[in-house]
Ligand binder design. Structure first.
Ligand SMILES: Cc1cc2nc3c(=O)[nH]c(=O)nc-3n(C[C@H](O)[C@H](O)[C@H](O)COP(=O)(O)OP(=O)(O)OC[C@H]3O[C@@H](n4cnc5c(N)ncnc54)[C@H](O)[C@@H]3O)c2cc1C
Length: 334
């Protein structure tokens, strides 16, 4: 049986692992303390925050079919918040969502945690490089984790790390045709985003559960505690626009928090209750600016592959579909 290393345990990495499990030996590597990637949840004391993706949609039959059993079990639920559009000096107006918006229950990372069950996952293991083994009796890929070398070699390496990070790992090993401008691999890019997490002791009455903010640095205000199954301890997640995060990359965390708080209080037009907890997550790679042309990266000559939202669309569904399509193709190869 072939041995495959999968880098990353977000939606793409876990989907691939589940689809290929049994057809190959799968070992996953994740640099963070837990699985989920950009579908993560942060806990601060009694407060919980989905600080990456806030919700996801399901536009393809394949993703809807994948979600159906989880919806039946209550692990995924539709979130139907009251949504407003807010803009400075304009009256707030109601915004309709014309398609179902889903969240994992009781927190966003619950779905990936469920998908990760019984898989061979090495957490807190940052893959920093790879090298082709020169041993004739044991060819394959050798993975580096900082100064150490992973003890096993792999027939295939699949990266689901954001494209910028995948390129750092793969650049010296991919066949040249993958690095030409036409493939889009070298120009694919993800932009940053700042997520401000605010936890309160008192209840909030904002008049909405989600708000899209126009023409400011902050773009979304989510009452996280209003999502299905969340603890009734009031929490807000405030997300910046990608452009704003890019423009403020060099600001300190304190500067970013101060600026986002100032904008928040001005757009809400009311002082917020005192916060019990406050934290900032700066996503260096959050949203896909430009996706790859093919649904996945596949270098048959070198036994390297890549998958993730950067291949299809900058959404959870895109990560799932890219992984599923790569798994189908890998199934034919193995
Ligand atoms: C702030 C924000 C808001 C968003 N809002 C939405 C939304 O509303 N709707 C929606 O559908 N999508 C949204 N998204 C996008 C969505 O979260 C992603 O499209 C999806 O989760 C990507 O999954 P993935 O598996 O491709 O990548 P990821 O979830 O990024 O998984 C990649 C994993 O690889 C790991 N990794 C990276 N490098 C290494 C390495 N060298 N070694 C080991 N591990 C490594 C990372 O730690 C990570 O866990 C949002 C994302 C962010 C950040």
């Amino acid at each position: 049986m072939k041995h495959i290393a999968i880098i990353g345990t977000g939606m793409a990495g876990l989907t691939l692992a589940r689809q290929l499990d049994g057809r190959a030996k799968i070992t996953l590597f994740e640099k963070s303390r837990g699985v989920s990637g950009r579908l993560s949840t942060r806990r601060l004391g009694n407060h919980e925050f989905d600080h990456g993706a806030q919700f996801f949609t399901a536009r393809s039959k394949s993703f809807r079919q994948f979600l159906a059993p989880f919806i039946s079990e209550g692990l995924v639920a539709q979130w139907q918040p009251k949504v407003l559009t807010l803009a400075s000096n304009e009256k707030p107006y109601k915004r309709d969502w014309f398609e179902p918006h889903y969240v994992a229950v009781p927190r966003m990372n619950s779905l990936c945690k469920h998908l990760s069950r019984n898989l061979d996952i090495n957490l807190k293991t940052n893959i920093t490089g790879l090298k082709k083994s020169s041993a004739r009796d044991n060819p394959g890929w050798i993975l580096h984790t900082g100064d150490t070398v992973w003890q096993e070699t792999f027939d295939w390496v699949i990266s689901t790390a954001p494209v910028n990070q995948t390129l750092i790992l793969f650049r010296d090993h991919l066949a040249p045709k993958f690095l030409s401008e036409d493939t889009g691999l070298t120009s694919a890019n993800l932009s940053p985003c700042c997520s401000l997490m605010l936890g309160f002791l008192q209840s909030l009455s904002l008049g909405f559960e989600a708000a899209r903010v126009k023409n400011l640095g902050i773009k979304w205000i989510m009452v996280n505690s209003s999502k299905p199954g969340r603890p009734q301890i009031p929490t807000l997640v405030v997300q910046s626009s990608n452009q704003w995060a890019q423009d403020h990359l060099k600001d300190s965390d304190d500067q970013v928090i101060t600026q986002m708080m100032t904008e928040l209080e001005s757009i809400l037009d009311q002082p917020l209750p005192e916060t019990a907890v406050q934290s900032l997550q700066r996503w260096r790679y959050s949203r896909v600016e430009q996706t790859l042309e093919p649904d996945y990266l596949l270098d048959l000559e070198n036994s390297l592959a890549g998958s993730g939202d950067w291949c299809l669309s900058g959404r959870v569904e895109g990560a799932f579909l890219s992984a599923k399509r790569l798994a189908r193709r890998m199934g034919q190869i193995l």
